[in-house]
Design a protein around this ligand. Structure first.
Ligand code: ADP
Ligand code: MG
Length: 392
């Protein structure tokens, strides 16, 4: 895989796919600019090389048409504040004559942020003409959008095909992510990374099962909490009340238990909400009740496992974190992961949000910007957008 330093940047704008898909507040304000900051090493590097840059990203889910609440001008403004020098301009269209004219006027060190890629339905369709129009804006392509690399959208999967292999590369963020996640993929065979403990939680069971299966042979323990645990507990034939279960994946959960059952640790107690609204700790989940967090015994059992690990991978909250009453289990795991001297790799949209909300982002070895991409890379050891980039 080529990196920034391998590129000959003379003679033309650089097209950089970033992932500035930041969380927005009620009135459209940027709630956390972490994902913009994550791209700064690459953007600073390109600015120092004195080349004009065209940046492109998606934001939210506008569904293929313009949506004023998801325009990117506020992101351009924030980026301008974060960069030491240079102009940051944004376009009102994704492609077209006006965009081409704006690109021609760019000066070395300037950034032009294209309007939200997902305003155009052709982005999600991986449309070849759309990709060609984007590619024609520049002579070099850089992918620094790690969190989008599991997709086959035009900007990550089709655009790079229009550049010769020596005219496309990954950015510094993607490099950093691959180095950290590569350790988790390849490292477990090396004695110094053992014991290796994986902690999974959250709700998107379908996305996670493949990652759990891929790690089954290499981990010493797989701790499962969050809504995900109830699919496993139901797969064992136990009562889960009204807890969130993905019935379509009960068989997949059973397969994992067959494959790695001795390594899997499920919650031994829960914070449950009874039908009448009462919240209490319980070792069982009665009919009609909903389990919404791991209980204190489970939290300390998980803590002990994390404490004895040399490597920890964590993805997914332990409970319904949007409700303060069900946040304790996730807080406990976050603090255990932060406290240990082990190599800790953490990923997932909500998981990263929790770590940042608790101010623990500097206490983990690597906090991935990826959610789906993080899981897909662990499951497959590769990502579609990066495979395209690496082709010779
Ligand atoms: P991540 O983005 O970190 O990979 P997910 O998207 O899979 O995590 O899951 C996060 C969601 O899981 C949160 O919105 C949280 O409320 C929900 N969740 C976790 N545990 C439970 C539970 N026991 N019951 C209901 N929802 C839960
Ligand atoms: Mg999520």
């Amino acid at each position: 895989m080529r990196t920034l330093e391998d590129l000959d940047l003379r003679g033309g704008p650089v097209l950089v796919r970033v992932d500035f898909n930041v969380p927005l507040g009620e009135d459209g304000d940027i709630k956390d600019d972490w994902r913009i900051r994550a791209a700064l090493p690459t953007l600073n590097y390109l600015q120092q090389q004195n080349v004009p840059c065209v940046l492109m990203t998606h934001l939210g889910r506008p569904g293929g048409k313009a949506d004023d609440r998801l325009r990117l001008s506020p992101l351009a403004k924030r980026l301008a504040e974060l960069l030491p020098t240079g102009n940051v301009i944004s376009t009102r269209e994704v492609t077209g004559n006006s965009v081409q004219a704006q690109v021609r006027q760019l000066k070395p060190g300037d950034f032009l942020l294209l309007e939200n890629l997902r305003f155009d339905p052709r982005e999600k369709h991986g449309d070849a003409d759309f990709a060609k129009q984007l590619a024609d804006l520049a002579t070099v392509y850089v992918n620094d959008a790690f969190a989008s690399c599991h997709r086959k959208d035009a900007s990550v999967y089709e655009v790079p095909k229009h550049f010769a292999p020596d005219r496309r590369a990954v950015g510094l963020l993607v490099q950093r992510e691959l180095a950290a996640l590569g350790q988790i993929i390849d490292g477990p065979n090396q004695p110094f990374v053992q014991p290796f403990i994986a902690v999974f939680g959250g709700a998107k069971v379908a996305d996670k099962l493949a990652a759990v299966r891929a790690l089954a042979g290499r981990t010493d323990r797989i701790l499962i909490g969050g809504a995900m645990a109830y699919t496993f507990i139901k797969a064992l034939g136990e009562e889960v009340g009204r807890s969130k279960v993905e019935d379509d994946h009960l068989n997949a959960a059973r397969d994992i238990l067959k494959l790695a059952g001795d390594k899997v640790m499920l919650p031994v107690d829960h914070e449950i909400e009874e039908a009448n609204g009462h919240v209490l700790r319980s070792t069982t989940i009665p009919y009609g009740a909903t389990a919404l967090d791991i209980g204190p015994d489970t939290a300390s059992m998980f803590q002990q496992e994390i404490e004895r690990a040399s490597t920890v991978l964590w993805n997914g909250p332990m409970g319904k974190i949007e409700d303060e009453r069900f946040f304790a289990g996730t807080r406990s795991v976050a603090e255990s992961v932060a406290r240990t001297g082990a190599t800790t790799v953490v990923g997932g949209g909500e998981t990263a949000e929790v770590v940042r909300r608790l101010g623990l982002q500097d206490e983990v070895s690597h906090l991935s910007t990826g959610g789906g991409a993080f899981l897909a890379f662990i499951a497959e050891g590769k990502l579609p957008a990066l495979s395209v980039l690496a082709e010779e």
